[in-house]
Design a protein around this ligand. Structure first.
Ligand code: CA
Length: 244
């Protein structure tokens, strides 16, 4: 079973792993998710989180950043670097004032974040939005699930179904968010998109990362794409476009 198949089969059950070391917050989150019909399990450390995901991959991980031992960012990195677990969506839980960590988390491939303290309504809405996104479009950006579709631009190829990118046939490792930004732009070469349009295009509604986070993704993309990075052009005062 491939990673994405494994992912889809477990997503079908809408199971959620809550990683939070503060017992009362973990219990509050679990209570609200259970009430909405999700399957929930909870752990208090990063070590336990990695063990739990390894034993039975959940459909989504709610991940606190400040954890004893292995911190949340490290857990996120390990999940996103592993081929089997990289497509499990991660929502970061963070305290106010941890914007740097939030950006770092999104850069590692986290799908969204929630700032503590939060209301149960926001929690449920964010979780449902991420599930909607991955169930309808596992590769993001509104493309058909499981499509064998491939975008070929210059010496860059993007395989939508397999979530793979190659430059001159050499595979490039991108985070989930970088992949979405790239395919969103490459899909419509020559079109100029504002940062907000890119955010909307890759994440749909219920998403509130900053414009600056788009710039961070572009910087990472250009660096990883090497010579092909020049295809992503900055349009001053407007946003970005993929070179025609
Ligand atoms: Ca904590």
């Amino acid at each position: 079973m491939s990673g994405s198949e494994l992912f889809r089969s477990s997503v079908g059950k809408q199971s959620i792993l809550v990683v939070e070391d503060e017992d009362d917050i973990r219990e509050l989150i679990s209570y609200n998710l259970l009430r909405e019909g999700f399957q929930v399990s909870g752990v208090a450390t990063g070590e336990e989180a990695l063990a739990a995901v390894g034993a039975k991959p959940p459909g989504l991980v709610l991940l606190d950043l400040m954890l004893p031992g292995i911190d949340g960012l490290t857990v996120c990195r390990k999940l996103k670097q592993n081929a089997v677990t990289s497509c499990i969506p991660v929502i970061i839980l963070s305290a106010r004032g941890e914007e740097t960590d939030i950006v770092a988390g999104l850069n590692l491939g986290a799908d969204d974040y929630i700032t503590k303290p939060f209301s149960p309504g926001v929690l449920i809405a964010r979780v449902q939005a991420v599930f909607r996104r991955v169930l309808v479009t596992p590769s993001g950006g509104g493309f058909p699930e499981g499509a064998d579709e491939q975008i070929q631009r210059h010496n860059l190829s993007i395989h939508l179904g397999r979530h793979e990118v190659a430059v001159d046939s050499l595979p490039i490792s991108l985070t989930t968010t970088e992949f979405r930004v790239l395919q969103f732009l490459a899909r419509r070469p020559g079109w100029v998109f504002t940062r907000q349009q890119i955010l909307d295009g890759i994440h749909g509604d219920n998403y509130a990362i900053t414009d600056r986070a788009v710039d961070v993704q572009i910087v990472g993309l250009r660096r990883k794409l090497g010579t092909a990075g020049a295809y992503i052009e900055t349009v001053r005062g407007v946003g970005y476009r993929f070179k025609e």
